[in-house]
Design a protein around this ligand. Structure first.
Ligand SMILES: Nc1nc2c(ncn2[C@@H]2O[C@H](COP(=O)(O)OP(=O)(O)O)[C@@H](O)[C@H]2O)c(=O)[nH]1
Ligand SMILES: [Mg+2]
Length: 294
């Protein structure tokens, strides 16, 4: 028997929750997933808009198409693939692909890519947000949209406009330097969104690649310091408060829509749909308050 007892390494500090659910400390259960699913706004009650429009934007490969596939999978209760997922270095999505979610349409777009000759053209963004182009428009970086573009809507209505933008970015990417060409597109995008007062949220995808505790168990997400840091970094970089930034893990290698993944995805989606609903209400009010002879 040895007189010397080997000292155990100090236990890692317990993980501390840094963000709570709307309902406080809840279990990451299937029941909670169902509660969130049932709490999603599904009806748009508006005099001018029948479908709320949500636009997904973000760099190529950031998980935009996977997010749509994940949302559809949650809705259908089984893994589905409706939006083509990437793999290459250039955008696969050149058209706006629209997907229905209750009374809302979620559009998948081609990625924002650095450089003049790739991805969106800077000038396209405002037309896209304003609803000047129809969903079957094929983006062409060599020929930016003009009023002469085929099917260009000269007088878009409130129903054609984008009512909320979801900006998608990989959680690891927030720590890397943004390329200059990409940064200037991002700034254009920001000024267009802010000028039009369109609400926006950010989803931080691929959190499973950021933190092992999260990869092991997704219910550690709101306790993970690494995820918290990524949220704060994204907040600083993209000038948006942390409460509008949502860490998520898309369904990529799962065989069924697991409830813990679904909970994070539904929290993000719920905020986007509620923001769209609020924006539509404000537009309706503006129309009502505008004097007839103005
Ligand atoms: N590990 C992990 N991979 C993801 C996640 N979201 C997307 N991916 C992968 O990232 C790649 C790009 O995704 P995609 O949805 O096509 O990106 P898009 O170009 O923005 O539409 C694909 O290989 C996806 O499987 C995620 O949350 N976690
Ligand atoms: Mg895509």
């Amino acid at each position: 028997m040895s007189w010397f007892r080997r000292k155990d390494p100090p236990a890692p500090p317990p993980l501390k929750t840094w963000r709570y659910f709307e309902d406080g400390e809840v279990e990451w259960s299937k029941e909670y997933r169902d509660r969130l699913k049932n709490a999603l706004p599904s009806k748009v009650s508006s005099s001018s808009v029948t479908k709320g429009r949500i636009l997904l934007l973000g760099p190529i490969q950031s998980g935009k198409s996977s997010f749509i596939n994940s949302i559809v999978s949650i809705d259908e209760g089984k893994i589905n693939q409706v939006a083509p997922e990437g793999g290459g270095v250039s955008s696969k999505t050149r058209k706006l692909h629209e997907f229905v979610c209750g009374d809302f349409l979620i559009s998948d777009t081609m990625g924002l890519e650095a450089g003049e000759n790739a991805g969106f053209h800077k000038g396209d963004i405002k037309f896209l947000l304003d609803g000047n182009i129809t969903h079957d428009y094929q983006f062409d970086h060599l020929n930016p949209i003009t009023e002469e573009t085929l099917k260009f809507k000269k007088n878009p209505t409130n129903a054609d406009r984008v009512h909320c933008v979801i900006f998608c970015i990989g959680a690891n990417e927030v720590h890397t330097e943004v390329q200059q060409g990409y940064l200037s597109k991002w700034q254009d995008l920001h000024s267009a969104i802010s000028g039009l007062l369109v609400p926006r949220i950010i989803i931080l995808t691929k959190i499973d690649r950021l933190c092992q505790d999260v990869k092991d168990d997704l219910s550690n997400t709101l306790k993970s310091e690494k995820v918290k840091e990524a949220v704060l970094k994204a907040s600083e970089k993209f000038a948006l408060s942390p409460m509008f930034i949502h860490p998520v893990k898309n369904f990529t290698d799962e065989m069924y829509p697991e409830h813990k993944h679904s909970i994070l995805l539904l929290i993000a989606l719920k905020q986007a749909l509620e923001f769209a609903e609020g924006f539509i209400k404000r537009m309706d009010k503006d129309v009502k308050d505008t004097p007839v002879n103005e």
